[in-house]
Design a protein around this ligand. Sequence first.
Ligand code: HH2
Length: 259
Amino acid sequence: MGVVNVTPDSFSDGGQFLDHRRAVAQAQRLVETGAAIVDIGAESTRPGAAPVSEDEELRRLLPVLEDLSALAVPISVDTRRAGVMRAALAGGASMINDIDALTAPGALAVVAASDCAVCLMHKQGVPATMQHAPAYRDVVADVKAFLAERIAAARHAGIARERIVADVGFGFGKTEVHNLTLLRRLAEFAELGVPLLAGLSRKSTLGRITGRSVDGRLAAGLAAALLAVQAGAKILRVHDLQETRDALAVWDAVKNEPS
Ligand code: HH2
């Protein structure tokens, strides 16, 4: 899954693709480089980010969706608002990527009324303050219980299991230790019975480990991506498509080499 943020303030690519033509070009580039899904976000959810209004989110998103209507791969829209989900699905998106796991009023119903795929992500707190003092009784058990509850809520609302993907939400209300524990024990989330998505690309835990700023975290991100797929992740949400595909090709070749 390749990422395009149509925002002025995303931590990884903020401002680069706010102009809708540049966002469209980036989405097309991601597909040419081999993205299987393109994820478009119009609100930054990085730690400390201020929320944007629904009107502003739609103003950024809809022209991009319109221009990507003929994209060769499914478009996912990264949003937490039911109104944006409805407009995105009407505008051609076939997946909703929700960092709030369909907890917003009306969100379950909008997704249930369509046939789109959905990613349910765990986070603790809200982006403005989520990194202040994240705390868990047991991070793996707590995140797993939350995701199991949200999968059950989605199923209850009429969303078939085959449409659901789950994500532990690296960096969303989690310390470096929480993130590393979740990555080390990611295989335990197979119990949820749905494919796992992992988003580690360029994240600050990688910066803390390596001492690198956002621009210098590619190698660290590739290491994290490989660890995530080895633990069973089926979708990687990344900014550096080509490099991630190359790393995965090596992993795949070793895994599938006949002995
Ligand atoms: N991470 C970000 C945004 N959306 N969605 C899922 N499912 N998983 C993630 O890990 C995830 C996500 C944050 O990264 P980015 O979009 O690059 O930055 P920003 O939120 O600042 O726009």
